[in-house]
Design a protein around this ligand. Structure first.
Ligand SMILES: O=P(O)(O)OC[C@H]1O[C@](O)(CO)[C@@H](O)[C@@H]1O
Length: 393
């Protein structure tokens, strides 16, 4: 018997029409091949090494990718901003993997400017569980770098059937996501290495969309976000230059860590997710993210594990201070990435404090994703160096 690859294709399911079922069958076959081609956990895996090496130039090229993406989408952004400002009562932000992290990061900027709920939802959860309540007053913004991730395509098709306003954000012109959506925003970024600029350029697009909606709607605070966002590509360059060396040194110390932990709150829960994702992509190490409050409801950290707190000045700081205190109580190591001049973490005596220029918290993930990516990338490089040295002995 042929396995059913999706409940939307099960005999008797009437969620999708015949044409849409054909679309899902096509993308799911291609996706399986992509997943089977991922690297192994061999510490010297050549496929992983090639992707880690290709990640470097893409990671450091992010300010340019952000600028190019914003320029390319000037007209399309206006059209989406107009549509969102006109009768939309709810926005669902759908993606998987890094793409889910990116929409999570954009949520608060969008909500503050649109003044309606903007909910990040994982693609499968949306496609199979949450589509029932949506209608023409809902916008469904789907993000997929490839434009072919099956669950995200399914989410878009389900939204299409419920007459929602559908937006695709994708790197891939001509992809299924772009073809099926009412309107597409195209990300100008490469993804030969592990995803870096494809994520930050997509995030910049969503933040730009938020600012344009806010200005159109006359929201107080939109002008301040406008000028802060305009300055961000330059600040990204500053942050990359400033943090690269210190994070390379931290990675050399942490290369044998049993598990690498990342924590954040608010929009920077997304930075923690991206940190763990980059470690899992660039190394064979275990890595996990935990929100600053959730950390305290379990024995979340073990001795000898490093914790990266990615917490700019803002409402998450007091709980993040507790988190940092407990990192040491459990015998772990603590690295803090926070706003320049933030003194709340000083008394914890972290192994390192890495400072990032102040920006509005709702825009800050565009900066806090950078140290998260750098940790994964440098642990990847350090891991290959260590494995090579071991194999020479
Ligand atoms: O953005 P996409 O293309 O939908 O991919 C989602 C996730 O799946 C992966 O491609 C891995 O399968 C990740 O690189 C990415 O974060």
């Amino acid at each position: 018997m042929v396995a059913v690859v999706s409940p939307l294709l099960a005999p008797g399911s009437d969620v999708l029409d015949e044409r849409q079922r054909g679309v899902v069958e096509r993308v799911s076959a291609a996706e399986r091949a992509h997943i089977l081609a991922l690297p192994s956990d061999d510490p010297l895996d050549a496929k992983r090494r090639a992707r880690v090496q290709a990640t470097g130039p893409e990671l450091f090229g992010q300010p340019e990718a952000v600028r190019a993406t914003l320029t390319r989408n000037d007209v399309a952004l206006e059209s989406v901003a107009t549509a969102l400002s006109d009768g939309i009562r709810r926005v669902l932000l759908v993606g998987a993997g890094d793409s889910l992290a990116v929409v999570t990061a954009a949520r608060y900027a969008l909500e503050s400017m649109l003044e309606v709920p903007c909910e990040p939802v994982q693609s499968l959860e949306f496609a199979y569980y949450q589509a029932g309540l949506i209608d023409a007053s809902t916008a469904v913004i789907t993000l997929s770098s490839s434009g072919e991730t099956t669950r995200t395509v399914e989410a878009l098709l389900v939204a299409q059937n419920r007459n929602a306003y559908t937006v695709a954000v994708t790197n891939t012109s001509g992809s299924t996501l772009e073809t099926e959506a009412d309107v597409a925003l195209l990300v100008e970024a490469t993804r030969v290495g592990w995803p870096t600029q494809s994520s930050t350029a997509a995030l910049a697009l969503l933040l730009e969309l938020a600012v344009r909606v806010g200005r159109r709607r006359g929201v107080a605070g939109a002008a301040a976000l406008r000028s802060a966002l305009d300055a961000l590509p330059d600040t990204m360059r500053t942050v990359l230059g400033r943090l690269d060396g210190p994070i390379a040194a931290i990675a050399a110390r942490e290369v044998t860590a049993p598990t690498v932990l990342f924590s954040g709150g608010g929009p920077n829960v997304a930075a923690a997710v991206v940190g763990a994702a980059k470690v899992k992509e660039c190394t064979p190490l275990r890595a996990t993210e935990i929100q600053v409050e959730e950390y305290h409801h379990y024995n979340s950290q073990k001795a000898e594990e490093p914790l990266f707190l990615l917490v700019p000045s803002g409402p998450s700081v007091p709980r993040a201070v507790d988190t940092g205190t407990d990192a040491h109580r459990w015998g772990g190591r603590l690295y803090v990435v926070t706003t320049e001049g933030e003194r709340a973490f000083d008394a914890l005596d972290p192994e390192a404090v890495l400072e990032i220029p102040a920006v509005p918290e709702s825009l800050s993930p565009l900066l806090y994703l950078l140290p998260a990516q750098l940790v994964g990338y440098h642990l990847g490089l350090a891991g290959f160096a260590a494995a090579e040295a071991a194999s020479d002995d």
